[in-house]
Design a protein around this ligand. Structure first.
Ligand code: CUA
Length: 322
């Protein structure tokens, strides 16, 4: 559903660049090894078949043949050990480079894994400046980002291949990862550890942008939800805070303050719904509210039965939350 890039071979951060570099070295070296082995095997088979006596021993004295075979095998073993050792050293240096010393000025983002969506919190020492969103991360290019990863239920794994390698979210044991985006773009992330029925549909969008664009986005996200602009939106909001919606969701600026499901304060600014499952359109929003199980079987969100008039008012209100 997300057209954005999801490839470890399209790095957009220094860390992912180091990993991609190592990947290409492995590919070329191991392809070379495979080719050499295949060619040797091919000639060995041909040589056997060309002998007049088929598989019978050649006429060369046994001792001489044995000595030559021993030298070839010894040389192959030494070459194998050297290649493996060289790859081990490269792997070690790559590991060192991508787990570099933490930056005290890094921007901290708390990422919490849920079955099956991502809670994203932009941390701030001032509680009123904390911003919470879902399934969408924006970062400024050139700034060190520190992700604090945790899970509320089962094991998940955070993976935005263009930024860094995967990192597990272990319940009860928070972990951190660091990276610096070095070019802009929209990238896709994916949960990379089986976490239940909808594991494959636990995605997120990741945007790297200029610091000015990022600051604009963050400032807008910190605002309370806009007030309803007309009677229908007013009705939509009243329905939201008088129905079971508010038992799970937050809309800043209203009485809905629950945190079981994604924060919906600026839901209309997100391009996708249901952790990357469907594009954020009024039709999809209505389908999702009416029967989420049809779109994402097993999701924790229950069906919500509204009359079509009420559903339309609710959708109109939610789609006004830019
Ligand atoms: Cu979360 Cu797989």
């Amino acid at each position: 559903m997300i057209a954005a890039m999801q490839s470890a071979l399209e790095p957009a951060a220094r860390e992912a660049g180091e990993i991609a570099h190592l990947w290409w070295i492995y590919l070329w070296v191991l392809s070379g090894v495979f080719l050499i082995v295949a060619v040797c095997l091919f000639f060995a088979i041909c040589k056997q078949n060309l002998r007049p006596e088929g598989l019978a021993m050649s006429a060369a004295p046994g001792r001489q043949r044995y000595g030559r075979a021993l030298r070839i095998v010894a040389a192959a073993v030494v070459a194998t050990v050297l290649v493996l050792f060289a790859l081990l050293v490269l792997d070690f240096f790559t590991g060192n480079a991508i787990y570099a010393k933490p930056d005290p000025n890094a921007m901290a983002i708390k990422v919490t894994g849920h079955q099956w969506w991502w809670e994203i919190e932009y941390k701030n020492p001032q509680p009123s400046e904390i911003m919470t969103t879902a399934n969408e991360i924006h970062v400024p290019i050139g700034k060190t980002v520190k992700l604090e990863l945790q899970s509320t239920d089962v094991l998940h794994s955070f993976w935005v291949p263009s930024m860094h390698g995967r990192k597990d979210l272990v319940p009860g044991s928070p972990s951190t990862t660091w990276f610096v985006a070095n070019r802009g773009g929209e990238f896709r992330g994916q949960c990379a550890e089986y976490c239940g029925e909808q594991h494959a549909h636990m995605r997120l969008t990741f945007t790297a942008e200029t610091p000015a664009d990022f600051e604009r986005w963050l400032a807008a996200q910190k605002q309370s939800a806009p007030e309803p602009a007309n009677d229908r939106q007013q009705r939509g909001r009243a329905l939201f805070i008088s129905s079971q919606c508010m038992m799970c969701h937050t809309i800043q600026g209203t009485n809905a303050r629950a945190a079981l499901g994604p924060d919906l304060t600026h839901i209309a600014s997100r391009s996708l719904l249901a952790a990357g499952e469907i594009p954020n359109t009024p039709e999809n929003m209505a389908r999702w509210i009416d029967n989420p199980q049809k779109i994402k079987p097993g999701t924790r969100m229950p069906a919500n039965k509204f009359s079509s008039n009420d559903l339309n008012a609710l959708v109109e209100y939610l789609e006004s939350l830019k």
